[in-house]
Design a protein around this ligand. Structure first.
Ligand code: ADP
Ligand code: MG
Length: 368
């Protein structure tokens, strides 16, 4: 066996430099990552970023132009979709209308030559897990949208696939049902120990469901990590902006004896000399400071320290649990603040000058 084919134990799938060209369009550009067994991975990115193409390459509907794909350590080059042990659920579910719910779920077992008694037993167990055992004899048209989707999920899981692929699984559901189904699908797939690759352009869905998220942009894998890692340590302005809400402040770097400071018009972000990032930032000229809205404290003008800014309140919105402020800085850029200091902010009004302060631990610096 070719040594490079081996993957570490616990790896369900590995993509090695996978690219897909459609004429001049690089739908996928050198994608590499590993998927662990039992992991729920979501591919997240704007429309046209390569998510569906990745899914179709994993399923075997398209062959990569370059690179290769291993499932359970086996090179999938040339292996047709039906020879890959993969379950799929797409946005339109595609249940068979002339078959009962039970027959729909049992279908993948039938095509795999499992005998009737056994496939009915396994299908009923799966329907039990998705909470629809009592609907086994119904037809799809007698079920609600959310129920149909759970049938489709049961059908995708019933033959214990190596990997389950979900393409925009919530797209056909209304907003409220979507939130419920996100949590249900997450619980069901974890309960059966399935390894899942899901696709969405909805960041909230990705955050709710995933162990890790792969952020796609222009056919490239921009960053892969846990929701927390992507939020706390985005590698680019794109990721910072895509996961959660971010203020992106571009400033000039100045090295000081006691550390390094990034300055803009009306704000500065200072890292003490002992900060592990200080050296790399000192070597850069222009960088971007990522500042999350909930990490900024509104303070009185003049009381700010080295990590601070000033501006004029443009909007103040009360949301019960927090205030949202939009502050215009000297350079015209706007900063969003979310603050739970209700008493501190209640007295401020539009047009007031305010100070802003934050901790150096709360900023991420990109471009150093
Ligand atoms: P996403 O699912 O993230 O919206 P896709 O993977 O569908 O994106 O598409 C990625 C890029 O590849 C887009 O620019 C798209 O237009 C292009 N593309 C996808 N499929 C084809 C195809 N069959 N022929 C030509 N171009 C394609
Ligand atoms: Mg798509």
């Amino acid at each position: 066996m070719n040594a490079s084919l081996q993957t570490t134990a616990g790896t369900a799938m590995k993509l090695e430099g996978v690219s897909k060209l459609y004429g001049p369009v690089k739908a996928l550009d050198n994608i590499s990552f590993e998927l662990r067994k039992g992991e729920f991975l979501t591919m997240l990115g704007p429309s046209g970023s390569g998510k569906t193409t990745s899914l179709r390459a994993i399923a075997g509907f398209i062959q990569p132009t370059a690179g290769r794909l291993l499932i359970d350590g086996r090179d999938m080059t040339g292996v047709p979709p039906q020879k890959r042990n993969i379950g799929m659920m797409f946005q339109d579910y595609a249940l068979f209308p002339h078959m009962t719910v039970l027959e729909n779920v049992a279908y993948p077992l039938e095509t795999r030559g499992i005998r009737r008694a056994e496939r009915e037993k396994r299908s009923m167990e799966m329907l039990e897990i998705v909470g629809l055992a009592h609907c086994a004899k119904r037809y799809p048209k007698e079920m609600s949208g959310g129920q149909q989707q759970r049938v489709a999920l049961a059908r995708a899981l019933v033959f214990k696939p190596d990997i389950v692929l979900l393409d925009e699984p919530m797209a056909a559901l209304d907003k409220k049902l979507r939130g419920q189904m996100q949590i249900e699908i997450m619980h069901i797939t974890r309960q059966v120990g399935a390894t899942v690759v899901s696709v969405t352009h909805d960041q909230e869905e990705a955050l709710v469901m995933s162990d890790r998220i792969a952020i796609f942009k222009d056919g490239r894998l921009e960053q892969i990590g846990s929701p927390n890692e992507l939020y706390q340590q985005p590698c680019s302005e794109f990721v910072a902006d895509f996961i959660g809400e971010a203020n992106l402040l571009r400033g000039q770097v100045r090295a000081l004896p006691e550390g390094v400071v990034v300055e803009g018009n009306g704000w500065s972000a200072r890292l003490p000399a002992g900060d592990p990032r200080a050296q790399a930032v000192a070597a850069a000229r222009n960088v971007c400071v990522v500042l999350r809205p909930e990490r900024i404290r509104a303070v009185e003008v003049g009381s700010e320290s080295g990590n601070a800014g000033q501006g004029v309140i443009e909007d103040k919105i009360y949301l019960g649990v927090e205030y949202r402020l939009v502050v215009r800085m000297n350079d015209g850029n706007k900063i969003n603040i979310r603050s739970r200091d209700i008493a501190g902010i209640a007295g401020m009004k539009g047009g007031d000058r305010i100070g802003m302060a934050w901790s150096p631990d709360d900023i991420v610096i990109i471009g150093a």
